[in-house]
Design a protein around this ligand. Structure first.
Ligand code: HSE
Length: 415
């Protein structure tokens, strides 16, 4: 008979409660929640009272507990808990994207030193197994691009505004009621949650240790009705996209920005709280994974899957971090954009590399064209400016570069 896994659960919010109930209802997993640490001990909970404590150290230092499942939303407290758990040689499963993104290199070193596993599939795209996919595939095939809708709340808000005519605040309120949004929803709507997830994806896709602050981001709060009308008239959907693309000279360009996607684009069809990740690689070409990115049971499914993977001592290997030819993170690239703004004088036309379309009216103006990321970073901070990106079709199209890179990928896989 297989050994029972004894779990110490930290946090009993939307996801924590979901994980507890799934484990209760799935005895074949042989995983038992021994103790649960929570902040407010007097709050009524949907589990036996004797399981709860408001002292996390009673869970961490319990010798019978071999796995800590960390599901709180305070990233700094989560970091202290996860660090201590790894130092105590306990395996850790976490869904805390900010904590992972901010401290990943240190946590990887700690898991290695202490010969335990740190798994966090639920931190990125909820139920979609994107991290394990990136870990296990694209060794022999060369990954060129990862592009996704990685925040369920913003996708839910954009869908409800677009399809049901809800106001922004109404749609956000629904996302909060349904348990999709962060307790501080600014993290969702300003693209901060998405950038944390992209930072984790950059490590697993291209082996790059990039902190969230290094990635250019803009959320969905400055999108105006003018932008929505433009999108509708020209046949686009507005989506908040996290994108990382590898160019022929091994540079990786990344951003989280609202994008204009043609309605036929695979990600344009991803609605509500669903997430979608499009992967493009040299041999396989395009693949897309779609699934619920937020909510109690979709997120719990990824947590439970990580708990279950501990049975076969699963660990991320971060193989892309050991490539012979490492990638470089670029902050110097160009984008095709539509910038709309309230006053004609707000945007300097000479900031653009080229302009394809210019519109001026009393209410709103726009410029469509190509601009460097540096200039865009200055322009988007000005008053009443909104930025929408036209994602590049394929930056490596017709390129015979990368010719030997599959060899390099395979060499790395065999190392
Ligand atoms: N607030 C997050 C989202 C939860 O909306 O995607 C899942 O990470």
């Amino acid at each position: 008979m297989q050994k029972k896994i004894n779990i110490g659960l930290i946090g009993f919010g939307v996801v924590g409660e979901g994980v507890y109930h799934v484990l209760q209802q799935t005895p074949s997993l042989q995983a038992e929640v021994k103790k649960i640490a929570i902040k407010h001990i007097h709050k009524k909970r949907n589990a036996p009272a004797e399981l709860f404590t408001d002292d996390a150290s009673l869970v961490l230092f319990d010798d019978e507990i071999d796995v800590i499942v960390e599901l709180i939303d305070d990233a700094e407290i989560a970091y202290e808990i996860v660090k201590t758990a790894l130092q105590l040689k306990k395996h850790v499963v976490s869904a805390n994207k900010k904590m992972i993104a901010d401290h990943l290199n240190e946590l990887i070193a700690l898991q290695n030193e202490n010969k335990v596993s740190l798994l966090y599939e639920a931190a990125v795209c909820g139920s979609i197994p994107i991290i394990r996919n990136l870990e296990e595939y694209y060794d022999n095939d060369l990954l060129l691009e990862i592009s996704g809708i990685v925040n369920g709340s913003t996708n839910f808000i954009l869908t409800k505004m677009n399809e049901q005519g809800l106001r922004f605040d109404e749609a956000l309120h629904q996302a909060q009621e349904l348990g999709f949004a962060e307790s501080n929803p600014t993290l969702d709507i300003e693209g901060i949650d998405a950038v944390n997830k992209l930072s984790i994806l950059l490590k697993h896709s291209f082996g790059l240790p990039i902190l969230p602050d290094q990635i250019f981001r803009k959320g969905i709060t400055s999108i105006t009705s003018y932008d929505n009308e433009y999108a509708c008239e020209k046949g686009y959907e507005i989506k908040l996209i996290a994108n990382a693309v590898c160019t022929h000279n091994h540079e990786v360009q990344a951003y989280v920005l609202p994008c204009l996607l043609p309605k036929s684009h695979a990600l344009a069809k991803v609605k509500d709280e669903y997430n979608g990740v499009l992967l493009r690689s040299k041999l396989a070409d395009e693949q897309i994974l779609i699934g619920k990115g937020a909510g109690r049971y979709p997120t719990a499914s990824a947590v439970v899957s990580d708990i279950s993977a501990l049975r076969f001592a699963y660990r991320y290997e971060y193989r892309k971090s050991n490539r012979n030819k490492p990638y470089h993170f670029s902050t110097n690239f160009e984008l095709d954009v539509l910038i709309s703004y309230a006053k004609e004088t707000t945007i300097d036309r000479t900031d653009f590399i080229s302009i394809e379309e210019r519109y001026i009216s009393d209410k709103r103006c726009h410029l469509k064209g190509r601009i460097s990321v540096q200039k865009l970073q200055q322009a988007h901070r000005k008053d009443e400016v909104s930025v929408l990106v036209f994602p590049a079709k394929d930056v490596n199209q017709n390129s015979d570069l990368f010719e030997n890179d599959n060899e390099i990928a395979v060499e790395n896989a065999l190392r």
